[in-house]
Design a protein around this ligand. Structure first.
Ligand SMILES: [Fe+2]
Length: 283
């Protein structure tokens, strides 16, 4: 089974990247983009992406989430910005393709663990978790105490258990990878939006990467206009970030898993330039 884990989708540029790529990969349709076509020739059975920055970089509105699903993403994960958009608060319990962090309080709208079917009919459990350092969410369950039970329970039903760890500190992400090495099929991390060079297979089973990067402008500060981000640092005025369209890329990790055991067989980081037509700034 071939699974594509995508980095955080940032703004309209990121949505444009998804629109211009994922359908081709799912339908094995050639696009003329050599790197994309290499993946499309063998197809992709399941796609997971973080979407908490899809709506202008700050949260994900329900319409954006649903259209990203229709573009070919099976599961959209969120993070510390899960409830930034009010329609997501209401929409999360109704839409099983969107996952909030599982270690939010039990009464929080939506769920963080769900089962899905891949293109080839494999049953997959996706667990979305929020990290500890740098987030002001004291109500969270400690993910290191919380996750093992959840993974063990999931393994009773399927060998394909994917943990998406949305966390800030690299050391914390690596620690989570080590905790679940040999147990989960994948521990892949998001939030930093910078693709890391440490993709590996832990204990002959667990696909791991410290950050999946981003889908959106590569020549930017986390998908945002650098000048605006510099101004924030220079002035201390926390102005709104502006989206940017320079060098759009599709970033993430392409993994192959054994169809019986769920063990990762190969991992490959992808960083593919994608043509996206810029849209006018509306704010
Ligand atoms: Fe985040």
């Amino acid at each position: 089974m071939r699974v594509l884990f995508l980095g955080e989708i940032v703004g309209r540029c990121g949505i444009g990247v998804i629109k211009n790529t994922i359908k081709n990969l799912r339908t094995k349709t050639m696009s003329g983009n050599r790197e994309l076509d290499e993946i499309a020739s063998e197809g992709v059975d399941f796609v997971v992406a973080n979407a908490e920055g899809a709506t202008g970089g700050y949260g994900c509105g329900l319409n954006n989430a649903l259209s990203l699903h229709h573009m070919g993403i099976d599961v959209l994960t969120l993070g510390e910005k899960t409830y930034y958009k009010i329609d997501m608060v209401e929409g999360l319990p109704k839409h099983d393709r969107i996952l909030r962090p599982a270690n939010y309080p039990e009464d929080a709208p939506g769920r963080g663990v769900r089962h899905y079917s891949s293109e080839g009919g494999n049953r997959i459990c996706v667990i979305n978790l929020l990290g500890m350092m740098g987030f002001t969410n004291p109500h969270l369950n400690n993910p290191f105490l919380f996750v093992e039970n959840v993974v063990n329970k999931a393994l009773e039903e399927t060998p394909f258990v994917f943990v998406i760890y949305h966390a800030q500190a690299t050391a914390e992400k690596i620690a989570m990878g080590k905790l679940l090495a040999g147990k989960a099929s994948a521990v892949v991390c998001t939030h930093a939006k910078v693709l890391t060079a440490d993709a590996s297979i832990l204990e002959n089973r667990t696909a791991y990467i410290s950050d999946l990067g981003r889908c959106g402008s590569a020549m930017s500060v986390g998908g945002f206009d650098p000048q605006q981000e510099i101004a924030k640092y220079r002035t201390g005025v926390n102005g709104r970030s502006r989206e940017t369209w320079e060098n759009p890329e599709l970033q993430g990790l392409l993994c192959e898993f054994d169809n019986k055991t769920g063990n990762a067989l190969s991992v490959k980081t992808i960083r593919i330039p994608v043509g996206v037509k810029p849209l006018a700034q509306t704010y």
